[in-house]
Design a protein around this ligand. Sequence first.
Ligand SMILES: [Zn+2]
Length: 262
Amino acid sequence: MRYALVDGQREEARPGLVGICPRCEEPVIAKCGPLRVWHWSHRGKRTCDVWWEPETEWHLGWKNRFPQDWQEIVHHSNDGEKHIADVKTPLGLVIEFQHSFLDIQERNLREAFYRNIVWVVDGKRRKRDRKRFFDALKSSRQIGNAVFLVSFVEEGLPREWLSCAVPVYFDFGDDNEPGDPFPIVSPVVWCLLPRRAMARAVIVAINKTHFVSASQRGDPVFDGNKLISAIEADIRRRQSAEYAAFALQQRLKKRPRRYPRF
Ligand SMILES: [Zn+2]
């Protein structure tokens, strides 16, 4: 954990300090070694919150995009269960930064617990995921600059995130790599929408700065439902135009040939 209570105040770990865990209220000690990010640690056991994962630079980088008062917030459910949310905005949106593997049951539990939650997933943890993702985008239908319709999304994205009921933002890093089909001009997260547009997955590239500022203001990052409706209307229009062209072709084939009269 980055924060513990010292004399009732949220404090970061510093050498020699002893704090109180905001969740279980047990003493925690400051771990200030040269290798890992300075943090607070429970005595004896690794952590009191089984949902907590050891933090990486990636976690900290993301959390620090948000005000300190919003980071590591203890969230209570009605039946007294408590967990520490990575970021919780004053309007109640929880943003969880997920680096390690999370199975589907576990993910569902957390979504049910937090309710108003979005995920930001470290897409670079497994090397092959990034390439698979961009390969899927290559064979998708692109709409404008930022929207991609993917027909076989299970081939392109980690399986454990496909059935998510809330938006998932994949972070595949800010640097272009050789062979990338889409040069990244400014840092983006790739949002997989929970709803499908006529069985196609919708992925939207969102500027990281916009994601953070919209979340901070309490605005939706974008209107996913409106986007899906527009895409579905477009698919229907294309399908009916194709059908009309096909029907016309069939009619022309059936028409008896007329020979010129002499
Ligand atoms: Zn604790």
